[in-house]
Design a binder for this molecule. Structure first.
Ligand code: SAH
Length: 338
């Protein structure tokens, strides 16, 4: 098994059956994490990129079975930020030294491509990268947003298992989601995807397919999160995802796509106090602090008990593991490896 990991570290390839073998063998975890950490260091350096997250609307027309802001959850107060509030938060991010803003929302068509384009142009008056995480749109809409100045786009595939995808996402299709991702790539976005680990019925084989899909897409960013069960969703009686399995998927992704950006996701830390640090030492090189107004944070409850990041304690935590906060935009392939 160590030989497989050694090979992946040099060649950045693994077959589906090799990935499955590694996912199933927990005696290899420390070796896997250590090697993914080395690949992260060699390709992206010791700096950690921060992305300031603005959750600008929790209104959503999708009904994903796991998600707390799904359309059918009536037990949640819905909000939408106004353009001037989004620009105010963006200014705060600029003043605080962030070099990337992530605009995330439910699938809220109130925000037309034209309206979002105005917001993006406003933000881009500053020297800051803009990442969108707003769900599925048409090629032409993605084009308008790109031309307005958006740099990156996050759209997790969630799972590449066709049946599981259909079960989890009423009225949506895996095929369309894949098409959206290839459209984003074609339009020149730095494109991010990723999976939810721990969906009911998900297998190691399908997780291996997910990782191979990231490679096929040549994704620029990968966000992996364990499922955290939300009590107001149809999955309320299921178990949470397994943090270690999620970190194994992250580490394998780092071995196969050595220079990409991989966040230590909030879901990882929400599951375990050490989740973020474990991820940062198993291949992750990005953190996404949430800068949404306090009064809205609790309404953007994709899953319960979402933790937040404190800048000062983050700096201290990172220093302890030999890492520092970057002051760069942090595009793929533009890492400071000194
Ligand atoms: N509407 C946007 C943003 C969705 S929220 C989009 O479709 O891309 C961002 C991510 O939160 C989702 O991609 C999903 O993977 C994750 N998520 C949703 N519900 C979750 C839950 N219960 N536990 C953990 N992660 C969850």
């Amino acid at each position: 098994m160590q030989k497989l990991i050694d090979k992946a570290k040099i060649e950045h390839t693994l077959s589906k059956s090799e990935i499955v073998e590694i996912l199933k063998d927990n005696s290899i975890n420390d070796y896997l994490f250590k090697n993914a950490d080395e690949v992260r260091k060699n390709y992206t350096g010791n700096e950690v990129y921060l992305r300031a997250l603005i959750e600008f609307s929790n209104i959503c027309h999708c009904d994903c079975k796991y998600c707390g802001i799904r359309r059918d959850n009536k037990n949640i107060s819905r909000y939408r930020l106004e353009k001037k509030e989004i620009l105010q938060l963006a200014n705060y991010a600029v003043q605080s030294g962030y070099k990337t803003i992530v605009l995330q929302s439910g699938e809220d068509i109130f925000f037309t491509a034209e309206y979002l384009a105005e917001i993006i142009k406003g933000i881009k008056q500053n020297d800051i990268a803009v990442t969108l995480s707003i769900g599925e749109r048409t090629f032409d809409e993605y084009k308008i947003l790109k031309e307005a100045g958006a740099d990156r786009f996050l759209l997790r595939i969630e799972t590449t298992d066709e049946n599981l995808y259909a079960q989890m996402h009423p009225q949506m299709s895996l095929e369309n989601r894949k098409q959206c991702l290839f459209n984003l790539k074609q339009l020149g976005y730095e494109t991010g995807t990723g999976s939810l680990v721990g969906l009911p019925g998900q297998t190691p084989e399908s997780l291996a397919d997910d990782i191979l899909f990231y490679k096929k897409l040549n994704a620029d960013m990968i966000g992996i999160g364990p499922l955290i069960v939300h009590p107001e969703t149809p999955l309320k009686d299921e178990k949470n995802g397994d943090l270690i399995l999620a970190i194994k998927v992250l580490a394998l992704t780092r071995l196969l796509l050595p220079d990409i950006n991989i966040p230590a996701t909030t879901a990882m830390e929400t599951l375990h106090p050490q989740g973020r640090i474990l991820a940062l030492q198993a291949g992750a090189n990005v953190i996404m602090p949430n800068i949404t107004f306090e009064q809205y944070k609790k309404s953007y409850e994709i899953y319960p008990n979402k933790v937040s990041v404190n800048y000062e304690s983050l700096k201290t935590e990172l220093a302890k593991i030999g890492r520092s906060i970057s002051c760069k935009k942090g595009f793929r392939g533009n890492h400071d490896r000194t």
